[in-house]
Design a binder for this molecule. Structure first.
Ligand SMILES: [Zn+2]
Length: 205
């Protein structure tokens, strides 16, 4: 029933989280009935997205690449921010979780994104975690407190326990965000008040 290009774009939109077939069709129709400039700009931005935005080389957060630099390396705004407390490092599983904590506005330190959590079911073991990078960052930057903010799921708890064990010999304070974030819950969907309480109520491991 739909022209081929409309159906094709609709299918692509429906692959985004939270977008069903109906919403996807509405997006396409909206674009077709709006100023063509919107579609053009959207297309251009999407085309450049992966080249312009890279994981921060220091923490794994999203970072804008310097357009004037030949290097593909990028450092994020949080790592560049001199007002942050460099002694405090918050370890998260994914960039989404970093955003959830940033939204509380109460995190004074910087972050380290693991990229994955220990998961025997998915075959992700200790060797898959970027431990060398984490430990050298703690040493090089003189970090004195690490806050483990992995999610309160089975994998998140296993990862926190493993990190505690690995970081123990470094002689730094290691704490875990307090419960209050529901078990099995996703930090991404935790409201900022609950999240900032969980941070404030972190417990020494
Ligand atoms: Zn960074």
């Amino acid at each position: 029933m739909l022209p081929e290009s409309v159906a094709k774009l609709g299918k692509l939109f429906s692959r985004l989280p939270g977008v069903g077939e109906k919403t996807a069709a509405r997006y396409v129709l909206h674009l077709l009935t709006s100023d063509p400039e919107i579609s053009r700009t959207l297309g251009e931005e999407l085309l450049q997205l992966h080249a312009r935005v890279r994981p921060c080389v220091r923490c794994g957060n999203l970072a804008e690449r310097d357009a004037n630099s030949a290097s593909a390396d990028a450092v994020c705004d949080i790592c560049r921010d001199n007002k942050r407390d460099g002694h405090m490092l918050c370890v998260v599983g994914r960039v989404h979780d970093l955003f959830a904590i940033e939204r509380t506005g109460t995190m004074r330190g910087r972050y380290f994104v693991l990229g994955k959590l220990l998961s025997p079911l998915e075959g992700i073991g200790p060797d898959d975690l970027p431990m060398m990078r984490l430990i050298s960052r703690i040493r090089e930057e003189g970090v004195t407190e690490v806050i483990l903010a992995t999610p309160p799921s089975v994998d998140g708890e296993a990862t926190a326990l493993f990190l505690k064990r690995e970081l123990g010999p470094l002689g730094i304070a290691v704490s875990r965000i307090a419960s209050g974030v529901p078990h099995g819950g996703d930090l991404e969907y935790t409201d900022p008040i609950t999240m900032s309480r969980a941070l404030a109520g972190r417990q020494k491991l």
